[in-house]
Design a protein around this ligand. Sequence first.
Ligand code: QZP
Length: 406
Amino acid sequence: MSILPTASQLPISGDDPFSEALLTDPHAFHARLRDAGEVVLLEKYGVYAMGRYETVHAALTNWQGFISSAGVGVSNFRREKPWRPPSLLLEADPPAHNAPRTTLARILSPRSLRRFTTQWEAQAEQHVEELLSGAAGGVLEVDAVPAITEAFPLRVFPDAVGVRREGREHLLPYGDFVFNAFGPPNFLVAAGAESAPEHAAWIATQCERDNLEPGSIGSAVWGAADQGDITQAQAPLIIRSLLTAGVDTTIHALSALLHCFANANDQWDLLRADPSLARRAFDEAIRLESPVQTFFRTATNDIVIGGSVIPEGEKILMFLGAANRDPRRWTAPDRFELDRDPSGHVGFGMGVHQCVGQHVARLEAVSLLKALAARVRRIEPAGPIERHLNNTLRATASLPLRLSLA
Ligand code: QZP
């Protein structure tokens, strides 16, 4: 009798998580995945999927066993050429990962970001005031995506990075393509492929030293190169990471946040009574909606999980969105609740790669939420939310809201 688990014990799924149907509504699939076992083979792609909180958490924190340098998409960089030069942060392992990570963590630390607090709060208040000046009879109906969740971050974040105004329309489509490209080469990748090079070229130009505003976050990265913390060749790629990972993610997180509140008026009342709940609200929305739904790692050796073997060199696929709603970890996982502690969610990942920009996103969200809570008595849906399909992101195309003024 063999005591070693065999691959035949591995649950197998024929589902395609990157199909139009499952990207549109992933939750029933997530439940099937969690219930099938700790690890499930996705037949269509030959990857090993995980949806339970404990398993995803363990995989995220095992950077020795599950590496990032072979790519965090379905493509294995050991076998296929990456479509763009790999990220020094995302697609790297220690020790190569250490200097870029430490440098950017310092530049984006809560302490370093304090200088933006007053400014972003004032800009959020001004943005909300201008928006609400369009209200009639104390009510404003608006698509929150263009009017709020895109407009505000697209203003403050590129300003903070130090990017010039002209050409910023490249930012969102560039991010959209990058996040699609982590998935398989499906209809979404095909639709974006033609225009990707021009977006990528604009992004690369903005990362050059002379194109970044003095005193900005981008110019601080070049300053770190001058100090010898990182090399001159690394600086532009680290700035590229800011412009890749910091735009679409935050925008879709803000849409998720407003969507959560529009469907939970009692929670909006709680926030208005205690605006210090804004921070927790942001993390609870990240837990519930998981704007980043998935990414991959690659096994460095045969790894046994729950009686199944993940063979060396194979890709694993971690479903952050499934882990963040795992009833084994969360009570009433599908509810948006400000009286729970959402910390420990894996919406920003976990371990050595945990989102280095999360303090930036949180500051944007808290500034905006506080400005809205001060002026808006009630948020309700004014029509159905429309999803924007992306292979990695749970994204929003349209979020019609009815805002009643306080
Ligand atoms: C994307 C980069 C969830 C991650 C895949 C988000 C992300 C992080 C970093 C980069 C891109 O460094 O380009």
